[in-house]
Write a protein that binds this ligand. Sequence first.
Ligand SMILES: [Zn+2]
Length: 97
Amino acid sequence: MICDCSEREGVEINSYQLFLDLKAFFEGQTAKGIFEDIPVETPSYVGYSELSGPMEWYAEKWYRCKSCGTLWEFQYPDFPAKGEVRKFSDGVYQPEC
Ligand SMILES: [Zn+2]
């Protein structure tokens, strides 16, 4: 089983076309059995709102590469808020802060 994780990096998603391209890529890798779609377990951001108290944001998708173990976090954009793909080569998630 061959993946190309080592050639890909995390990326900021600043256009809708890029989002569609990435979504197709991840779904394609999953369909081929290279990536698996795994439950998002850890919030990508934990904050606090004066109005509603503690808040947590979760990425839409996590994918784990069955070939090399890399964990990919896929945060869908909600324009004008940009999305992001983050790469964790050792498979261990690190929340951003
Ligand atoms: Zn891989």
